[in-house]
Design a protein around this ligand. Structure first.
Ligand code: ADP
Length: 327
């Protein structure tokens, strides 16, 4: 758990050294130009001193020396600017990579913390429930309640491990494809039914056209729908409805999950599909998560030649739409 922290500090140190080095290099460039220019002026002065005032070609020789001096100045400026441009280009590239690495390392640290928490909680709850079942003499209703709670926690663990495994399989190109004809209407309705079982207090609307068939992979599509529904639940107040739509319009199949939460700020909309990315700071976030859900949704949609988009604003919540091309 402590390693990423050290890495971030290391990156900050490298960043600091980088800025010092860059400033030194630019100062060296300027110094190099000033010295060359001084040398150029000195050479011109020495040449001027060799000309006799009485020389009939005085004007011509003076012009030649001045032309040479000017040409040299232009050459120094031209070469200097080209070097500086190439140097700054490289410096910008290196700095951007450094920032990217810093952000990735930060997100990885957040991911580690989140995963540890997400794993520990269901394991601790299940452990406690089973211990209670074994040690205490409970009536059937109490036993069922504890077993149901344990089942819910193991389902959470299952979903989390599926997400982590799938992310690494897709990243490493190890995922074996097995696309077949799928009735998406049934898949969506089943996902919604199990969602409602898990969150009975949540009002859900299902606007799903029957018999929508696509070529796809059942497990991946289940993960896609579940992740979108879980997010809608996590990031919107429990008394607000969640609506799932599925329809076929002009050879395009559109799946949409809509919530009435606080929405996603414009400047975060591309970033939330990045691996481990979560909006805000880990310490200020109350919802549980690992930042893998939408990354997987994006991968799964690409895998199905579909696109995922967000329509949302700060007051009306979020709508995630997935458009499958069915032509
Ligand atoms: P996680 O939910 O595990 O943090 P995700 O990849 O599923 O990771 O989502 C990334 C981030 O996008 C979340 O941390 C959250 O800030 C934001 N987000 C996702 N879905 C919604 C939503 N329906 N409403 C508001 N914010 C959302």
């Amino acid at each position: 758990m402590k390693r990423p922290l050290i890495n971030i500090n290391k990156l900050k140190l490298v960043s600091f050294i980088y800025w010092i080095f860059l400033t030194y290099m630019i100062a060296a460039f300027v110094w190099w130009y000033v010295s060359l220019q001084k040398q150029n002026n000195l050479i011109a002065d020495i040449k001027f001193q060799t000309i006799q005032l009485s020389d009939p070609a005085l004007k011509e020789k003076t012009n030649t020396i001045q032309d040479f001096q000017l040409r040299k100045t232009k050459q120094f400026i031209g070469e200097g600017l080209t070097f500086l441009f190439l140097f700054l280009l490289g410096a910008i590239y290196v700095y951007r990579s450094l920032l990217k690495q810093l952000r990735y390392s930060n997100q990885q640290q957040n991911f580690m913390m989140a995963v540890t928490h997400e794993l520990k909680t269901p394991i601790s709850i299940s452990h406690l429930n089973i211990e209670t079942l074994l040690k205490r003499d409970l009536d059937l209703a109490q036993q069922n309640k504890l077993l149901e709670a344990t089942l819910k926690e193991t389902k959470r663990l299952d979903a989390l491990s599926n997400n982590i495994l799938l992310a690494s399989q897709l990243d490493m190109g190890l995922y074996e494809t097995n696309k077949q004809e799928i009735n998406l209407s049934i898949l969506v309705k089943d996902a919604m039914a199990s969602f409602q079982e898990r969150f009975p207090l949540r009002l859900c609307n299902i606007i799903v056209e029957d018999e929508i068939i696509i070529q796809g992979e059942t497990l991946l599509l289940q993960i896609l729908v579940n992740n979108l529904l879980d997010n809608a639940h996590k990031y919107s107040p429990v008394n607000m409805p969640i609506t799932i739509h599925l329809h076929n319009r002009n050879h395009k199949i559109i799946l949409a999950v809509e919530d009435k939460g606080k929405g996603i700020p414009m400047n975060e909309r591309d970033k939330i599909f990045e691996k481990f990315y979560r909006v805000g700071d880990e310490s200020t976030r109350s919802a549980k998560g690992t930042g893998l859900g939408l990354y997987l949704c994006k991968k799964i949609t690409t895998f199905h030649n579909a696109i995922i988009q967000i329509q949302s604003n700060q007051t009306e919540g979020s709508i995630f739409t997935v458009t499958f091309n069915n032509s």
